[in-house]
Every structure is written in C-alpha cells, then in structure tokens.
Design a protein around this ligand. Sequence first.
Ligand code: COZ
Length: 371
Amino acid sequence: MPELDSGLAGLVAAETVLSHSDGVRGILWVRGHTLPELVAEFGYDGAVGLLWEGFAGNGLDRDEMRRRLGDGRRLAFARLGDWLGQARTRPLVEGVRLALAAMPDDSAPALILATLPVAIAALLRTRQGAEPLAPDPTRGTADDLLRMARGRTAETPGAAVMTQALDTYFAAVIDNGLNTSAFTARVIASSRASLVSAALGAYCAFTGPLHGGAPGPTLDMLDEAAANGDVGAWAERKLAAGERLMGFGHRVFRLGDPRAGVLRTALEQLGASLGPAAGRLAFAAEVEQAVGAAFARLKPGRPPLQPNVEINAALLLDAVGLPRDAFTPVFAVARCAGWLAHAMEQQKSGRLIRPSSAYVGPRPRNLAPEP
Ligand code: COZ
C-alpha cells in the first residue's frame, strides 16, 4: 500500500481541461488563459462561458453568458419566497446554503450560479430592514450584485471602479485545479447526482476556514495585528502557539499565489475609492513580511510561509463595500462556476469516484490469522 497522505497532497485524481495550477512556477491557467488574460479579455461572465463551453452549451461568449446569467437572476429573484422567510434570521453563509438547498434538482447551471448573487443581495437588504431589489438582467454579474446589495446606481461615486475590481476578483478566483470544493463537486457528480447537489455539497466543503471560509477571518486577523502594535512580536507569539494564520499558506502555491498579484493591481487601481483600506494595503504588506520572518525564525530550513490570495481578496471585498460575513458567499459566486464546470466534466467523462482505504481497526475475534 503506497504511503498514505490524508490530505491526498500531490495525488492526481482527475484529468481536466478546465484549469491548471502549478505551485513551482506560480501559474494558474483557465482553459489555456493566464489570469491577466482572463481578467482583461473575458471578465467574470466571459470566464464562466469559457469554463462551461462544450459542457453547458456552445458559443458561450461574454454576451451570451450575461444574457443567461441575467435571466437566471430574474428567475432566482422570482423564487425568493421559496426560502428567504426561513433564511432571514440565519447567518449569511447559512442563508445562502438554504437558497441552494431549495433549488429543484433539474435546475440549469446558469440558474444555480445566478441564485448566489441574488441570495446574497436579498439577505443583506433584508437584514437592513429593506426590501430586496430586483435584478437588472442587462448588467454583468458583479455590477448587478453591488447594485442589488448596496442599492447602488451608476451615479454612486466610485461605482464603476468598484464594479471592475469585483469583476476582476471573480475572474481571478473562478477555478483553481482540483481544490477541495471542486473535488467535492466531482465526487457528487460522479454518482450522477444532480448539478444542484454537486454545487450544494461543494458549497458546504467550501465554507470551512481552511478553504473558502478564510477571507472574513483574514480581515479579522489584520485587525488583530493592527490592534497589537508590534506586528513582529504578534506574529512570533501566534506562530509559536501553533496558530494557523488566515491568509497564509497554500497546498499548491507554496512559493507565492499568482492570484494575489492580480488582486493587488486591482486594489491599486481602486485608488481613491480605497478610503480607509488604503492604509490597510500598506499594513498588510508589513504583516506579510513579519509573518514570513517569524516563520523562518521558528521553523528554520522549512519552505517559507507565503501569503495566499485571501489578504488581498479580503481588502478588495472590504473596499467595494461588502461586509466581511458576506465574503465567503461572494467568493462562492465565482467558485460555483468552477464547481459546476467540474461536475459537468465529471459527468461527461468520468467514472464513479470510489477510492480504497487501509483498514487499521480491530479484527474479528474468531478469524484465523492471515498467512
Ligand atoms: N499559519 C501558520 N502555520 C502554517 C500555515 C498558516 N496559515 N499554513 C501552514 N503552516 C505550517 C504548518 O503548521 C506546517 O508546519 P508543521 O509541519 O511544523 O506543523 C507547515 O506550515 C505545512 O503546513 P501544512 O502541510 O499543514 O500545509 P497544508 O498544505 O496542509 O495547508 C492550508 C494549506 C491552506 C490549509 C494553509 O496552511 C492554511 O491553513 N491556511 C490558513 C487558511 C487560509 O488562508 N486558507 C485559504 C487558502 S487559499
């Protein structure tokens, strides 16, 4: 039996045309496109079509996906009554889970994906005591999410740059190889369960703080570091206590996360709109340096502990005016496109996923010893 790694690190469990992440070279391709190409040439709605081409239809360019996702938001808004009453008093991440769980099994991928921004915005408005705002199907996803959630119009100062920043974020984090939630989606789809079930299961795996549940706690961590004054001493104390620092480390990108650079550029382009977050950008760089140095001191000879995408992601989501408890569901708006692509690819070309395990429990009493 080969040496078992309980985290399946390095195990190749599927062939995919969707995305490729290489931690040694620090690259992430989505269907052969680099992240800067994805952001500049496709944007989020176009990147969804790129991932879904050949699985959810053909000719899925940005305009076609804007139409399908806009129509999906319209349908999702009409169905708020199916779940919002039960969800309005629940934490946001649970409310969005209820929205997914309420969907009919035969829902099309565009409706499943479009339900997330509608659910997030409706829950945010409801908890403010306001009525949910109906979607504008003519807008892109990032634009309409901010409008529905913030009641923002195009005239709102900084609206255009914030929409661009959120669209960049969505495109940059849309898929990342066989990450934990994408693998979950494939396992569920491999039994020929529905796409809704694959997306719901993936969402559940995603919400853990080691995975998609990280961005909100990452901003909390930056606030804690700032409150502590001496960042170096704070980092040393946390690492020496064996704590996991949010926003650091990655199973694949051990030498640096290519998505972090794309988001830093988006943050710098936010410029004046950054507001109080401008100071946070500089402080985050100080925290990254202090944590890296403390880790190197405490664990000499080990590969350096690098920041992952979450610090810049958290700063960007905060800068576009979203509350931190919405960060994980908003992250899921992007990643759900990847989950559905993996599920459709698995259904088209994969087998039932059923690995083996090494039994190390007690043996039956009356069993003759093995030869
Ligand atoms: N904070 C402190 N130490 C960390 C660390 C972190 N965030 N990430 C890894 N390490 C340390 C581990 O303690 C381990 O050291 P020891 O062997 O001495 O215990 C070493 O670095 C290797 O860690 P591990 O093998 O556990 O890394 P793995 O690849 O399994 O973990 C994840 C990757 C993402 C879980 C990461 O380490 C983590 O927990 N990050 C925080 C949550 C987060 O930001 N998630 C979003 C990722 S995009």
